[in-house]
Write a protein that binds this ligand. Structure first.
Ligand code: SAM
Length: 525
């Protein structure tokens, strides 16, 4: 117990030290701590302002609220909207209205912790929930657990099991958060469950499933151990084999790294970008595949704060997406149609390859996302070679007899290649989505084909690693459209990315990039 108390005290002191340069406001009265629950929706007066609570670690409070917002999605946003429009703009505002107290502003270290904890708790959700259920009295306790309590437990479990943080400090801090944000009883429950976890972890006997039994049983066990939906495990085991499927899941669970593309439209070169990153002390590496790209593992927060993105000097773009543009191979003077353009990553990169001559016509069905393309093009000074068209591609293709040199269809897809960057995506996709997406991809391919002139090129791309969305869609298209044939991509991307069929494929495990696919198809007549 003495250990617990001393840990708690140390954490509080260090929190106070970190904020000591800022004037602190201390809560005069303890706020009402009831929070909305799924069943009652109880809320405090949203207009009331609260003092800053210095007892609670701010990154945990913010993480718990952010996790709850992500999980409840629209339902949680609606709850807030009831209390006044625009109330959800500011994250700290959410925290205050949800928990009943304010935390001090987050410093850089807190921001990193929030990113780690939120991303990690979402990725590891199935695994963490398995442990939490195993340590609850019964599964009903887990099922009826109020959302905030569940998030606090997930954070505690993630910190103890995955981050290996000092366990008694974690228990102490999360118990305090549950007590203040919910009620003393909730704190006691967090205390009991986290302490059971600490003991089991110390004895190296976490209640985890064994990899045994038939295929289904093994898929379920793998899904829990590597925290993915069972249907994904079954699909990958079928296409890749168990060993590769495990490697892929490990990649998806790892911290994502990012690439920056220097914006040549602004006359800003990769050498300029490297100089700025050196000045900012952000560790970086040149991309071996693409001239304008630089890789960064950490330090994105610093890049954001230094306004490099806001000033349009560089953009965040994965090399796997940059290589799709290499497959298109945009040349000055060409007319290119980008069929599903928004938010515009590839449109902008293609436009910057045109050296001011030619045009990229950016079509998208989503007006809001298309506005982003327009604004980014202006910021990056490539708007003179981009036109935006708000339309459904199928209707547009039927009604417009335009023919272009090159057409890119970066199709809506499952996103199974980008699960390491999009932590929550795996939980929002279902097997049924795959069937619907395949039909949409076929329809969009047929529409895109209409826009290609004889001798022109159609590039079909996805950020999926699933053969049914990639090779199989191309094979089905070629059967329907014998006027198209495959142009092997070996001339456009490094040979390491070229498949036996002549397609571009970036494999997350092999290339340590997001997964992506592109086929280059030439029209004969
Ligand atoms: C994978 S995203 C495109 C990403 C984009 N190429 C980039 O690099 O930033 C797919 C896009 O297709 C758009 N879309 C879906 N159905 C469409 C349709 N029928 N017509 C036009 N755009 C469509 C979506 O709005 C979405 O913006």
């Amino acid at each position: 117990m003495a250990q617990v108390l001393s840990f708690g005290l140390r954490i509080r002191c260090s929190d106070a030290r970190r904020t000591s340069s800022k004037p602190l406001k201390v809560a005069k009265t303890r706020p009402n701590t009831a929070i909305p629950t799924r069943s009652t929706g109880t809320r405090r007066n949203a207009n009331r302002t609260y003092g800053v609570n210095l007892e609670i670690s701010p990154h945990r409070a913010v993480s718990a609220v952010r996790l709850m917002r992500i999980e409840l999605g629209g339902a949680f946003a609606d709850l807030l909207n009831e209390r006044g429009k625009g109330s959800g703009d500011n994250e700290m505002g959410y925290v205050e209205r949800t928990l009943g107290f304010r935390t001090r502003d987050l410093d850089d270290r807190d921001l990193r912790l929030v990113t780690d904890i939120v991303g990690g708790s979402i990725r590891w959700r199935r695994y963490l929930d398995h442990l939490i259920v195993s340590l609850c009295h019964d599964s009903k306790t887990f099922r009826s657990m109020e959302p905030l309590l569940l998030q606090i437990l997930r954070i505690g479990f993630y910190e103890i099991v995955n981050l290996d943080m000092p366990p008694y400090a974690v228990v102490d801090e999360n118990v305090r958060l549950a007590k203040v944000a919910l009620r003393p009883g909730a704190g006691n429950m967090v205390n009991a469950i986290l302490r059971k976890l600490v003991l089991l972890k110390e004895k190296n006997s976490l209640p985890l499933p064994k990899l045994e039994g038939d295929d289904r049983a093994q898929a379920r066990a793998l899904a829990t151990l590597y925290s993915h939906p069972v249907w994904m495990v079954r699909r990958w085991t079928k296409y890749l084999g168990q060993e590769e499927a495990i490697k892929l899941m490990m990649w998806n669970n790892s911290e994502p790294s990012f690439s920056l593309r220097a914006n040549s439209g602004k006359g800003f070169t990769r050498a300029d970008l490297v100089m700025r990153l050196k000045m900012l002390k952000v560790p970086h590496e040149l991309s071996p595949h693409l001239d304008n790209f630089v890789r960064i593992r950490t330090g994105m927060q610093i890049v954001i704060q230094a306004q490099l993105l806001k000033e349009g000097l560089c953009s965040v773009q994965d090399e796997s997406a940059g290589l799709v543009v290499s497959v298109v191979d945009p040349q000055p003077g060409e007319s290119i149609i980008d069929c599903c353009a928004a938010p515009g990553g590839k449109t902008i990169f293609m436009a910057s390859c045109l050296s001011g001559q030619g045009m990229v016509h950016a079509i998208d069905i989503n007006k809001g996302r298309l506005r982003i393309v327009k604004e980014t093009a202006k910021l990056l000074l490539v708007d003179d070679v981009i036109t935006t068209v708000h339309a459904d591609l199928c209707t547009f293709a039927k009604n417009n007899p335009v023919k272009s040199d090159k057409v890119l269809l970066d199709a809506p897809c499952s996103g199974l290649g980008v699960l390491s960057k999009r932590a929550d995506l795996r939980w929002n996709r279902s097997l049924e989505d795959m069937e619907q997406l395949k039909n949409l991809q076929d329809e969009l391919l047929d529409a895109a084909a209409i826009l290609v002139k004889p001798g022109g090129v159609l590039v079909y791309s996805t950020c999926s690693i699933d053969p049914e969305e990639n090779e199989e869609r191309v094979a089905a298209f070629l059967q329907r459209h014998p006027e198209f044939s495959i142009d092997p991509v070996g001339r456009y991307v490094p040979s390491d990315f070229v498949t036996e069929g002549g397609f571009y494929f970036s494999n997350p495990v092999k290339h340590a990039l997001d997964g992506a696919f592109a086929a280059r198809l030439v029209r004969s007549s």
